[in-house]
Ligand binder design. Structure first.
Ligand code: NAD
Length: 257
């Protein structure tokens, strides 16, 4: 299972799942383009570390996924894009009648609209190469809902729907498009939710993790970024060439409940 010679662009990949996915794609031989909205020395250093560890080309390209033109420019600057992993995402939790409009707009822009813009820019590149893989990191919240996550749940359901549409539009073209639906993965995005949840439920950290976060995750374990990376590598392999327009849950049984 080798992706040598392929170039993968992973949005939102200076942290968490995106970085884990980039590392596993590089381990499988792909050249990788890392991305986030910042342009710090440590962002570029992450790419240099991956290049040194796995012997692939790795670059960091700054682009803000909340802006359509920057999403499209990321694909153009990458030069090649055999594999597109739409991973950038943010979260905000609030009852819908109090949901700040700017947070709603930011979640829609980063979690949903960016997938439209990068995919629209990447498909012509994949068609020219005669091969392509689009992998969208959705969520268990792309298939189910939780209270107070209106924007996130709406955006992730949108990503699942868009994945099916892209799969149908590319079905005869050696290009696949699928959505990966993680349950809880312990990343900075999830860490950031722990203090507020501790306050809200008057619980300690362990109780929040087991009784709130993993309440719907029957395995009672977080999924890991390496497992998410392995799932993406599988979707890029020949074994998955006939898998398109579907969802793969990596959620410890959440959506079986
Ligand atoms: P994270 O906060 O560690 O990573 C998010 C990444 O997106 C970071 O690299 C961040 O820099 C980037 N990002 C944020 N805003 C951006 C912008 N405007 N432009 C470009 N990049 C931007 O979070 P994570 O948990 O690794 O989440 C990654 C994806 O996985 C998200 O789409 C998230 O919804 C999804 N997800 C996470 C979990 C989980 O439990 N952690 C579960 C299901 C789905």
């Amino acid at each position: 299972m080798t992706l040598t010679g392929k170039t993968a662009v992973i949005t939102g990949s200076n942290s968490g799942i995106g970085l884990g996915v980039a590392r596993e794609l590089a381990r499988a031989g792909a050249n990788v383009v890392l991305n986030s909205f910042t342009d710090r020395e440590e962002d570029h250093a992450l790419a240099a570390e991956i290049a040194a560890e796995f012997g692939v080309n790795a670059r960091y390209i700054q682009a803000d996924m909340s802006k359509g033109a920057e999403c499209r420019a990321l694909i153009e600057k990458a030069g090649a894009c055999d594999i597109l992993v739409n991973n950038a995402g943010i979260q905000f939790v609030s009852p819908i009648d109090e949901f700040p409009v700017d947070k709603w707009d930011a979640i829609m822009a980063i979690n949903l609209n960016s997938v439209f813009h990068t995919t629209a820019a990447a498909l012509p590149v994949m068609r020219a190469a005669g091969w392509g893989r689009v992998v969208n990191i959705a969520s268990a919240h792309g298939l189910t809902a939780s209270p107070y996550k209106a924007a996130y749940v709406a955006a992730k359901h949108g990503v699942v729907g868009m994945s099916k549409t892209v799969a149908l539009e590319t079905a005869e073209e050696n290009i696949t498009c699928n959505a990966v639906c993680p349950g809880y993965v312990l990343t900075p995005l999830v860490e950031a939710q722990i203090p507020d949840t501790m306050k809200e439920y008057d619980m300690d950290r362990d109780q929040v993790v087991r009784e709130v976060m993993l309440a719907r995750q029957p395995s009672k374990q977080f999924a890991t970024v390496e497992q998410l990376g392995g799932t993406v590598v599988f979707l890029c392999s020949d074994a998955a060439a006939q898998m398109t327009g579907t969802t793969l849950s990596v959620d410890g049984g959440w959506t079986a409940l």
